[in-house]
Design a binder for this molecule. Sequence first.
Ligand SMILES: [Zn+2]
Length: 214
Amino acid sequence: MSDITKFIFGFKRFQKDYFCDDSSVFENLKEEQKPRALLIGCSDSRVDPATLMGCAPGDLFVVRNVANLVPPCENDNGHHGVSAAVEFAVCSLEVEHIIVLGHCNCGGIKALMRKRGGEPSGVFIDPWMDIASKARDQVLTELAGREPQVQERACEQAAILISLENLLTFPWVRERVEARKLYLHGWYFDFETGELFSYLPETQQFEPLVPRCR
Ligand SMILES: [Zn+2]
């Protein structure tokens, strides 16, 4: 079966589930969506948020990009796709949670770490990954001389914290967080072990949210 045929068969299964067998989900969603969470994830094919979180249509508002990054708020009339999606989710949909979901073996973070050695990754990838350059610099200082895998994992996690910090540069995010109407979460999926981690400000560590299965 070709890749495209596989996708068409997949859609037929989806159509059967949601339009032939039980049409109630889209009956309720056809006028408007009311997701309670915005998830900012990586474009990586191994970390599809709806698959990972067992979501149905309407459950999650999703932004995906290289390395699940959020840029800081910049009012320069540029084409800010991530910022526009965050604005819509927060101000119009009034989501109650924003989850930044990072993951192991992230190609974007690998590119960021390589750039330090002067190897360019792409005309668009390099300036995009500059958002997380502070994470790279911090890791290379704190974990100088460690194995690249250890540095990359630390950078993947530090970059999640930068995205959380950058979310707070949007005034309408900060206001809602301070008013406890909006909660920010930093999650990290390790697909080598199947674990999900969550950043705990109290310990300043990523702690297991869902430990590995036995
Ligand atoms: Zn990634």
